[in-house]
Design a protein around this ligand. Structure first.
Ligand SMILES: [Fe+2]
Length: 149
């Protein structure tokens, strides 16, 4: 689980990479959901902390991939900024969580027990991601297809 992702401005991505990262994010969520059921509270608290760090790092890497594709393929400004704004709002939630504070945008995490907190994080993130993929990411991928990227 402990991986870090290097951001390189010269990196070249293809649209297939975005789908692969979405699958990776979805899989990480369902893996955590399965694991958390088996843990006691102490182990769940540890796992949750590690997972929040992983999600922060991997999701930032993911937004970099998409935003680099937008930039490199001259994605229209309005759509670019709207998409970037949505990324930022969930990134801010993840940063708040990492700092032990309460997220303000999409992740409604009210529980104090670690297992329940983990479930709320998974549910909230999955809902956000699903909506985001169906709407802004779908538009981006359709655009990239027309560019052959
Ligand atoms: Fe996106």
């Amino acid at each position: 689980m402990k991986k870090s992702y290097t951001l390189r401005a010269e990196a070249h991505f293809e649209s297939g990479e975005v789908d692969a990262q979405h699958r990776q994010l979805t899989k990480a969520m369902s893996d955590l959901r399965r694991r958390i059921d088996r843990y006691d509270d102490a182990r769940a608290a540890e796992e949750l902390e590690e997972f929040i760090q992983y999600l922060n790092s991997y999701f930032l890497y993911h937004t970099f991939t998409e935003e680099k594709l937008m930039f490199d393929n001259q994605y229209p400004g309005d759509a670019y900024f709207e998409h970037q704004r949505e990324h930022k709002s969930i990134v801010l939630d993840l940063l708040k969580l990492m700092e032990g504070e309460t997220p303000r945008n999409h992740l409604r995490i009210t529980a104090t027990a670690p297992k329940e907190r983990a479930r709320q994080l998974i549910d909230g993130f999955e809902q956000w991601l699903h909506r985001h993929i169906e709407d802004l990411d779908r538009k981006l991928l359709e655009f990239l297809r027309t560019k052959g990227a």
